[in-house]
Ligand binder design. Sequence first.
Ligand code: SAH
Ligand code: SF4
Length: 369
Amino acid sequence: MNIVKKLLEKDNYNLQELTTLLKTEGEERRLLYARAAEIKAQHVGRKVYYRGLVEFSNVCGKNCHYCGIRRNNRNLTRYNLGDREILDAVKFAYDNRYASVVLQSGEIESPGFTDRIEKLLMGIKKTSNNELGITISLGEQTDDVYRRWFSAGAHRYLLRIETSSRKLYRKIHPDDGRHDFDRRLECLRSLKDLGYQTGTGIMVGLPFQTIEDIAADIIFMRDFDIDMVGLGPYIEHRDTPLYQYRDQLIPPEERFHLAMKVIALLRIIMKDINIAAATAMQAIDPLGREKALMAGANVIMPNITPGKYRDSYKLYENKPCTDEEAEDCTSCLEARIHMAGDEIGYGEWGDSKHYPRRRGNDEPVSGQR
Ligand code: SAH
Ligand code: SF4
C-alpha cells in the first residue's frame, strides 16, 4: 500500500512504476482512480463533451486479426450510408447541441473515397453554419489525403496505434504489406504535422499482450505527445482469427479494470488531454463509460448511426445499444453522466486543451457555440 501511495504523489512514471500501478487491485486501485479524478477536475474540469458518432460504413479493405468487420469476414451484411443519411444523423447531433461529430468507417484508400469524404466534410460544415466540430477516424491515408480533409473542415483525427510493440502489432495483423507498424507511425506523425488534434489509443487485454507492453504503450503516448486518447478493452469476435486464442485472455472484468487503469494513468501523466470513454467499456460493464468518467475520461461518443445499420458495425461482440435509435441514447446517457457527478458541455467543442499548449500557443484554436 505504501509504495502505491508514494507513487500517487508523483505525476510521472518509468516503465517499472507504471507496471506496479497497472497491477493494483482493491483499495490501491480505488486510490489510483481517485487521484486521476482529482487531476481531471483540476486540469480539464468536470465537464463531459459529446461527439456524435456516425459509423457510416463497414466496408473495409483491411484484415486486422481482431476486428469483426475485417475484409475476409463474409458473415455480415456490408452497408454504406448515403450522404443524405449521414447528414441527417449529423443534423440530429447539431439539433441536440452535441457540438461535434465523429465520422468513422472501415478503411478505404481510393480517390473516390477521398472525394466523397471531402465533399461530406464541407456538407457538414454547411449544414451546421460552420459550427459543428469534426473528428474523423478513417484509418491510414496519404499525407495529401489528410491535408485535403483538414482543409475541408476536419480538425481532429483518431488513429489508434493499437499496440506500441512492433512484435505484438505483427501478431495481431496479417503480414501482407498492408498492415505495417511503421506506416501507422508515419500516419500519426503526418496528422500531427498537418495540424490535426491527434488522437491515438490501444486495445487492452489482447492475446499475447503483457502488462509491460501496456506500460510501454502509456510511455509511447506520453512521448508522442498526443492530444486525445480513445482506448478500451479488446473484446473477442467469433469471426476473426484471434478468436482461437480466447482461452488465453484475462477475464473481461480484469480487462475492463486494466483499461480503466490505463485511462487513469494517462490522466495523471498527461493531465490536459481529452480521453474518450470508449463504447467497448460499456460492452463489458453496463456502467462502463460512466465509470471511465470517474477515472479520468472526459469525452463520450454517443452513437448516432441510424439504428438499422448498427447491428452490422460489430467490431466486437456484445456491442451495446445496437438496437436503439439516437433519440433513445440522449436521455439515457444524460442521466448516467449526472450520476457520475459530471455535467455535459452542451454546445461546446471541448477541444483538447493539450493541443494549443503543445504547439506553444495558448490561444484556443476553435470556438464555442
Ligand atoms: N478502420 C478505422 C476505424 C474503425 S476501427 C481504423 O481501424 O482506424 C476503430 C477501432 O476499433 C480500432 O482502432 C480498434 O482499436 C477497435 N477495435 C477493432 N476490433 C476490436 C475488438 N475486437 N475489440 C475492441 N476494439 C476493437
Ligand atoms: Fe478495418 Fe479498422 Fe477493423 Fe482494421 S480495425 S479491419 S482497418 S475497420
